[in-house]
Design a protein around this ligand. Structure first.
Ligand code: SF4
Length: 431
């Protein structure tokens, strides 16, 4: 843990009531001010000529990251992994999302087609485009360097794996150095040896993981880094799906394995191949795990247009939780019935949570509707509210007497059917 300003102050002349106390040689008016600035990283420890060796040592060891941050790949499209500071997401947010990579063998007859598929894979979810982060190229024949070049030309971050990969090749492609050990103890030995050689961009790999020992081993590594600041294990972890014993190639089992690795505690996962279903599941899980639990994903309240709206377009209202917004938006889009979507200020909560926290009620909805000027954009007065808050119907109608409140669906997935019925009932045309 980093030292606080007060902890630093206790070791300074001011804290020890020594004659140099508050001498101002560091440029600060007091030792306390210096301690505070040093703790915040706004000042160098060398500015005070009276620092003791004890404080210097304490400060340097407390400033060392628990887990190193490793950046690899091309400058235009780098991947950052590591730099985690907590064991559990509820303590503080996780920092750098798990890198999802796909294995490619240099000898693979379908190399180019597979690379193209990896390159083109992209899904949009909650306003973010999710992609495969890197390719792990295995040295399986003498075309290895040529294949590395092809991947690099596509600006895809590279992990280079297999036998006989020279340091200068890793440097050329800014690829991490994989340090492996069959067990955690062997890994510690090998990592220390790499550190002794001055290697810095290390990623750690336990090559003999199994369904039985996976969580135990990876938790041990993460704990040693986070809680004990144990330098040889203070690096990101890479796990190759193919190396983990006890999981078949069945997509469900591979998906389970990947999910475990995202949660505990692999910083880089190397899938054996690109299966879109597995990739989507893992990227979605990762997106959820790596959000800040203290800051819900939310969007700006206001009026949003879905499609080419006109004065007959239906008007939906929902909360500003990003997942709610994107789910409702995409289902309206899928229905081909252009609509207005009005978003209430609900502290980023989903519909039922907002309702139970009194962040979504008749008054809030009515105020949002009035402020939106939607009555000037449509020639009807029908407001579709989420089915889960149908109890608000009367309350809203009291606040907005000119409006008819229509109860929508509980789940966004039912909006397409709902809008088909709505169209028939109110004679609204598709866009
Ligand atoms: Fe205190 Fe700054 Fe003087 Fe050091 S240089 S003793 S921190 S006032």
């Amino acid at each position: 843990m980093k030292l606080t300003g007060l902890q630093i102050f206790k070791y300074l002349p001011g804290g020890k009531k020594e004659p140099e106390s508050n001498c101002k040689e560091c440029g600060c008016p007091t030792c306390m001010a210096f301690g505070m600035k040093l703790a915040k990283g706004d000042m160098s420890i060398d500015k005070c000529p009276h620092i003791t060796d004890e404080l210097r040592q304490l400060f340097e060891s407390s400033s060392q990251p628990q887990q190193e941050e490793i950046t690899f790949g091309p400058a235009e499209n780098p991947v950052k992994v590591g730099n985690e500071t907590v064991m559990y997401r509820h303590d503080k947010k996780f920092v750098n999302p798990t890198c999802i990579a796909v294995r490619l063998d240099s000898s693979d007859a379908d190399f180019e087609a597979k690379l193209e598929k990896i390159k083109n894979y992209a899904v949009d979810r909650v306003g973010e485009t999710l992609k495969i982060d890197a390719v792990a190229l295995f040295n399986t024949d003498d075309t290895f360097l040529q294949k590395a070049e092809i991947i690099a030309e596509n600006e895809i971050p590279l992990i280079l794996a297999g036998e006989n990969i020279e340091e200068e090749i890793l440097k050329k492609y800014n690829a991490p150095t994989i340090v492996s050990g069959a067990t955690v103890d062997e890994l510690i030995k090998n990592s220390q040896a790499a550190l002794d050689k001055g290697i810095k961009n290390i990623v750690l790999n336990v090559s003999k993981l199994s369904a039985e020992n996976l969580i135990e081993n990876l938790t041990r590594i993460r704990k040693a880094a986070i809680e004990d600041k144990f330098r040889p294990l203070g690096f990101p972890v890479i796990t190759f799906h193919r190396e983990v014993q006890g999981f078949s190639s069945d997509p469900v089992e591979q998906g389970i394995l990947g999910s475990v690795l995202v949660c505990k505690y692999s910083n880089i996962i190397v899938l054996d191949e690109l299966d879109e279903a597995i990739a989507y599941a893992l990227l979605t899980l990762r997106q959820n795990i790596y959000t800040d639990p203290e800051k819900p994903l939310q969007i700006e309240p206001g009026v949003y247009q879905v499609g080419e709206v006109d004065e007959n377009s239906p008007v939906f209202v929902t909360t500003n939780f990003a997942l709610t917004y994107f789910s409702v938006f995409s289902e309206i889009e899928a229905s081909n019935v252009s609509s207005y979507l009005i978003i209430t200020p609900s502290d980023g909560m989903s519909v039922l949570t907002a309702w139970s926290a009194d962040k979504l009620n008749g008054e809030i909805i009515a105020k949002t509707i009035k402020e939106s000027n939607i009555d000037k954009l449509v020639n009807h007065r029908r407001l579709i509210i989420p089915g889960y808050v149908s109890v608000l119907k009367e309350e809203i109608q009291d606040e907005l007497p000119d409006w008819e409140v229509v109860i929508g669906t509980n789940e966004a997935v039912d909006i397409v059917d709902f809008l088909m019925d709505y169209q028939k009932k109110y004679k609204v045309l598709s866009s």
